[in-house]
Write a protein that binds this ligand. Sequence first.
Ligand SMILES: Cc1cc2nc3c(=O)[nH]c(=O)nc-3n(C[C@H](O)[C@H](O)[C@H](O)COP(=O)(O)O)c2cc1C
Length: 325
Amino acid sequence: MMHSIHSKKPLYILAPMDDVTDMPFRQVISSCAKPDLCFSEFVNVDGLMSPGRKRLQRKLESSSSEPPLVAHIWGLKPQNFEAVADSLSGGELAKELGNPKEFAGIDLNMGCPAKAVLKVGAGAGLIKTPNLAAEIIAATKRGAKGRLPLSVKTRLGYDHIDPEWTRFLFASGIDMLSVHLRTVKEMSLVPAHYKELTRLVKERDRISPSTLLIANGDILNRAQGEEIIKEYGIDGVMIGRGVFHDPFAFSFNSPWQNVPTEERIKLFLRHLTLYREWADNPDKGVKRLNKYAKIYINGFDGAKELREKLAQTNTVQQMQEVILA
Ligand SMILES: Cc1cc2nc3c(=O)[nH]c(=O)nc-3n(C[C@H](O)[C@H](O)[C@H](O)COP(=O)(O)O)c2cc1C
């Protein structure tokens, strides 16, 4: 699967979003317009090495209707990164999960400001502890033994734009670097700093020309991504929240504006069916599924009222019934 990362063509990637980019959602997005790669939700390496791993590792399941999946992992203990990288890249985990393909790569989460992650100094917290970040990268490489590409997803810095941080990452010998073009402190409150891409490209070319540079932040769709790729000469873009506005965000020419109400509703019903088939306890996911409702149940008369009715349901079957009523 090395080729899917080491491709000459620009890459359009679905960003990792916790509690969002599970397999059913990736299947829906892929059925509209396929990204080149998808990232999984974040998965904790300590959890993957614990007795309770069975439930957690389902987050790494993938299906034949999706593009190759990059395993997006987080944690603090280098030895657990090593062990997880070994099982990801040896093919055992993909096989155990019944995935049709091997993983496309391993991505280390060094940019996520989720409370649970940041609290322990992981994710974006690693920007403050580059020595630990270096140990984690080295441990993951030892585990992967060159069998899978290694990527890092990060931000421009912690409380300021920090060129030293991204230089350090380029120097660490990774295959791909995805940069959410904001600092951690900025959360998503300021516009993404696209201009920083000029510097990042220069540094990448000087320090590690073979590392793919992927831009992320406020890129709503493929067309906007294409412009940024051309303007800065980067290798690809990663789109996250754009899919909330348009499930066809990865399309060359999105039809979404003109997709009629019935088709929008059909797509949501398909999402519910896929979720019901996949989840261990689908009814536990009702709150989560209601968050997605805004994507599909939107832009037509009565959409808000229908979403309000859906919010009162307790089971996926009730959701389906409310939609079909
Ligand atoms: C609901 C949600 C969950 C997210 N979870 C993660 C995550 O687990 N790991 C990560 O690196 N980034 C995570 N992000 C950040 C996105 O991957 C992306 O960097 C950010 O949303 C900016 O890109 P966008 O403007 O295209 O959405 C999350 C974002 C959202 C909205």
